[in-house]
Design a protein around this ligand. Structure first.
Ligand code: HEC
Length: 134
């Protein structure tokens, strides 16, 4: 039998690296990499579909009314208390990009999970700025 070619070994390495990239913690950028957020732009993004993703407002109200996701009125106060030792901004960052990481009590893991691929870093920064002002 022929030994595996260099090409095959290289390909296998790439595939393993790609699968490894799916690990929940692993994001291509961190909170500190984000540009300054614009809350006004975030408010507009909140109600829009971006690159085919569902709008945040499809699942989240900002007036306290119930939906499939938790209402986000008062979120600016709540965000910093959700996970011990995690700032409001960091909690928000993970809530958007890795929604399965921490589930809000009483809700199930149904939040759309592909925002990391659909939103730009500016979009994420703007959405966080908007939500922290709610
Ligand atoms: C398909 C429905 C759905 C969509 C679309 C959705 N979410 Fe969610 N979201 C949820 C659900 C359900 C939860 C609660 C479970 C969890 O924590 O993942 C949640 C949780 C959250 C939380 C945590 C709230 C808290 O009180 O701690 C934030 C923040 C959030 N979503 C922001 C967003 C933003 C921003 C968008 C748009 C970019 C968005 N969500 C789109 C369903 C959705």
């Amino acid at each position: 039998m022929k030994p595996p070619s260099i090409k095959r070994i290289a390909l296998t390495t790439v595939v393993i690296a790609a699968l490894w990239g799916c690990a929940p913690e692993d994001l291509p950028y961190s909170l500190g990499d984000l540009p300054a957020g614009d809350a006004g732009r975030g408010a507009a993004l909140f109600t829009q579909s971006i690159n085919g993703s569902p709008a945040c407002s499809a699942c989240h109200s900002t007036d306290g009314s119930s939906s499939s996701g938790p209402p986000l009125d008062g979120y600016g106060q709540a965000a910093g208390t959700r996970v011990k030792g995690q700032s409001a901004a960091l909690y928000s960052f993970y809530s958007i990009l890795r929604p399965a990481k921490h589930l809000v009590r009483g809700y199930s893991n149904v939040m759309y999970s592909q925002y990391a691929d659909k939103l730009s870093q500016q979009d994420v920064a703007d959405l966080i700025a908007y939500m922290l002002g709610l």
